[in-house]
Design a protein around this ligand. Structure first.
Ligand code: S3P
Length: 466
């Protein structure tokens, strides 16, 4: 059984973040797990489908757009910049249409642009605004205001953009007012698809060829989606596990009809529930399996997870064509005997959003698991290292930080406890899955934030109990 209950009402009107923190979720163990939890549309692809719809002149359509709060933030920002967005039409109630006058005709917004909790929104929109003739302000909630923005500010300034920020290169950011940018050849210090994407989007408005050199290749949705919209983006392997991506400035973005696969990062919670629960069989439909996103599936399999890929399809509906469409497959997951895993820094980067729930899987695996070079997890929506260690320890796990590694010894039986989800969607959902496995009752504080990426999560958590 699952219950979401507001704790004592706050005397004054709470900020959205306080409101989020004030909701507790109670999860009781499940005797068995069966069925087919529904997934939200992929969050990374949803943000980009909206943003590229803004940059294209004409009508774009999107099927399967995520209804998560992060993507809603992006939607309201593209509307503030001049796009017209409508949901639902005669043949597909979930079809979203985006009409825009395109990259050269954005409207100066009359208010600061609120990115909410969404780092992807802030960093990608920063790239779009960099080459605009007007200035705009990007802001967000307390979590987003505490996250590092220097990683996008630096390259955008190097391209000639005007960017000012709060102390420590934090949001709010004031950006734009320079219609002319110059291409750069940039090697980001951190493996980040958000940074790569911000630079490429700014590169559309720059003179010359913008080059991003990644020592660890990150998810390539921006490149695939730009190509699908008629923008020539060249990518090549650097021969050392990295990637070089190039784009010539001045290219137009054409409208496109996008069909978005199920979010593999959301699927990861159900995959871990399935492999770790002793009586589970779950099916997940049309999960995105882009090579840059599927690391969690592969790592769970390496741990002995019984995950079958049934029907390989393209989210575009056609054959499995790696470009421009996004590949997808149906997955079937069953109870498994898990063994420990040693995850190197490259794989940690590839599964960055799934590390908290993979750490939960490791608590149920035989042996000592190690997740290496986990520093980036400290600057996500919360300090996910501190949050996962505190939460899983309270539930009975043997988990510790060793230098820059996370070490989990298993298997340990979990027991219900009170844990703090840190108003971080991925921590909340990890602890909710732990609650299905744990003896007794698990109470998760800050739980409403699951809706950042998966508003349907609690319904599905109930539906999979036979
Ligand atoms: C994202 C990239 C990743 C990821 C985030 C979504 C994207 O962030 O953690 O949830 O859509 O580009 P970084 O690029 O900062 O690693």
């Amino acid at each position: 059984m699952t219950a979401l209950s507001p704790t004592a009402p706050s005397p004054s009107a709470p900020s959205p973040t306080e409101m989020t923190r004030a909701v507790a979720l109670v999860v009781r163990p499940a005797a068995a797990l069966r069925g087919s939890p529904r997934l939200p549309g992929d969050k990374s692809i949803s943000h980009r489908a909206l943003l590229l719809g803004l940059l294209a002149e004409g009508r774009s359509t999107i099927v399967g757009l995520s209804e998560g709060e992060d993507v809603r933030s992006t939607r309201s920002i593209i509307e503030a910049l001049g796009a017209r967005v409508e949901v639902g039409d005669v043949d597909a109630s979930d079809r979203v249409t985006v009409d825009s006058d395109g990259l050269a005709s954005l409207t100066p917004p009359s208010r600061p642009l609120d990115c909410g909790n969404a780092g992807t929104t802030m960093r990608l929109v920063a790239g779009i605004l960099a080459g605009q003739p007007f200035a705009a302000t990007l802001d967000g909630d307390d979590s987003l205001r505490s996250r590092p923005m220097g990683r996008v500010i630096e390259p955008l300034r190097a391209m000639g953009a005007s960017v000012s920020a709060a102390a420590g290169d934090r949001a709010p950011l004031e950006i734009g007012g320079r219609a002319h940018l110059t291409a750069i050849d940039w090697t980001p210090e951190v493996a980040s698809a958000q940074v790569k994407s911000a630079i490429l989007l700014a590169g559309l408005r720059a003179d010359g060829t913008t080059i991003v050199r990644e020592s660890v290749a990150t998810r390539d949705h921006t490149e695939r989606m730009l190509r699908a919209r008629g923008v020539a983006v060249r990518s090549r392997d650097d021969g050392r596990g990295g990637d070089v991506v190039e784009l010539d400035g001045g290219q137009a973005v054409r409208p496109y009809d996008e069909s978005i696969p199920g979010d593999v990062s959301a699927a990861a919670f159900w995959l871990v529930a399935g492999v770790a629960h002793p009586d589970a069989s779950l099916e997940l439909e049309a999960v995105g399996i882009n090579p840059g996103r599927r690391a969690a599936i592969d790592l769970l399999r390496e741990m002995g997870g019984d995950i079958e890929e049934r029907r390989a399809i393209s989210a575009q509906g056609g054959t499995l064509d790696p470009e421009p469409g996004e590949p997808a497959a149906d997955l079937v997951v069953r109870s498994s005997n898990l063994r420990s895993i040693d995850v190197d820094g490259r794989s940690v980067a590839a599964a960055i959003d799934e590390i908290p729930v993979l750490a939960l899987a490791a608590t149920q695996a035989r042996g000592t698991s190690r997740f290496r070079s986990i520093g980036e997890l400290r600057v996500k929506e919360s300090d996910r290292i501190a949050g996962i260690v505190a939460g899983l320890r309270a539930l009975g796990a043997d988990i510790a930080v060793d230098g820059n590694d996370l070490v989990v010894v298993g298997p340990t039986p979990l027991h219900g406890a009170e844990v703090d989800g840190q108003a971080d969607h991925r921590l909340v959902m990890t602890f909710a899955i732990a609650g299905l496995l744990a003896a007794g009752q698990t109470t998760i504080h800050g739980a409403a934030s699951h809706a950042i990426s998966d508003p349907g999560f609690l319904t599905e958590l109930e539906r999979i109990r036979p």
